[in-house]
Design a protein. Sequence first.
Length: 456
Amino acid sequence: MKIFRLLTPLLLAIVAVLCFAPAAWAFCGFYVAKADTKLYNKASQVVIARDGNRTVLTIANDFQGEVKDFAIVVPVPTLLKKEQVRVAKPQIIERLDAFSAPRLVEYFDPDPCAPLIFNDFMTLGNGGAGGAGVALSGSSDHSLGVTVEASFNVGEYDIVILSAKESGGLETWLKNNGYKIPQGAKQLLQPYIRSSMKFFVAKVNLDKFKQSGYEFLRPLQISYQSPKFMLPIRLGMINATTEQDLIVYILSPEGGAEITNYRTVKIPSNVNIPVYVKKEFNEFYKSLFQTAYTKEGKKVGFLEYAWDMGSCDPCSADPLTPEELKEAGVFWLIDNSSGNVPVFPNFGTPFVSSNVFISRLHVRYTRDTFPEDLIFLQTANRESFQGRYILQYPFQGELKCEAGKKYKLSLPKRFEQEAQTLAKLTNGNIQDIRKKMKLSVGNLTYSLWESFLSWF
């Protein structure tokens, strides 16, 4: 016990040096804010849990309006049975969003005049319609070329699985059966019909929705098996008048995922920015994303997070629990190997593993910039990445030693670099940024920094 008491200050000193040394950022710091999907007026969210050819797709419903007008049409590669469809808890998507959101962290400079313990550590690292369910199963409308392959009710939704021979007939069938779909669907439905895909179609059962007591529609979750690792997005563009944001959370037992038919790039990250951004982080990240999106030609998907679900550093939210991962569709953690169709697991079955890697991909798109559906590639790359932005606070105490004098002289250059970085990331006005960076650090004042800037 005595040895432990002696070692504790030493261990704390080592941790302090490793986390706060300017040349050894690694992934330390204190989490202070996150840029989650609440930043955007309307951001669609999708969770894809995939292992091999098996997929569980969770679609968050951000529908705004009368629930009687809700209708969703999702092209799927195979026929679905009732046991392959369920409703999920909306909180699960909120948890994934919070866990993977871009984050702001704080560092505090140590006293440069304090004696350094184990100075060698300083050199480590570099960088930083209502009623019961529809009864149409097996029916067809030969004149329209549409066949109802299955129909059933799940939770507050009436669901039909359709196959079709031509898009005009499918559009007519949907309208004739009370599905309020936008004008112009015919053109976007045709490519899926040519690919022999089926159509998962859902609307709200008003009676069951009232009985459920839920205020909002819950996410729909479907499970299927197919070699196609894709997400259909074109149907969501029919009546879109502005750019749309899509956040895709991909869960895998292997590693990170990327988009193959569009470039996948990492969001600018791991940079020092002025400390005043702490009060403006949401606006900062929205500007950063728009700037990067424009710079990349508006035709890329951004990686905002890639990490093993078992940990986080720094954590903007706790990692998901096994029960939450099951709710998100992670079926490979459950000993359920029988059968070829990945039906939903028995939620009482115990976990046998905890191997989940999450990739957060952010796509901003229009019909012109993203004319194709998203095609994904699963990789074995388990390299960690996060959108992470650093506030580094200067030391505020007295600085009378020689090292302290050198430290003060180094600060103006650092502040200017932070200002230049912020201007570049957000396309901001450098003079406005400098005016907002009014700092007082020891004997260093804003006027002295202004004098420093006048030298250039």
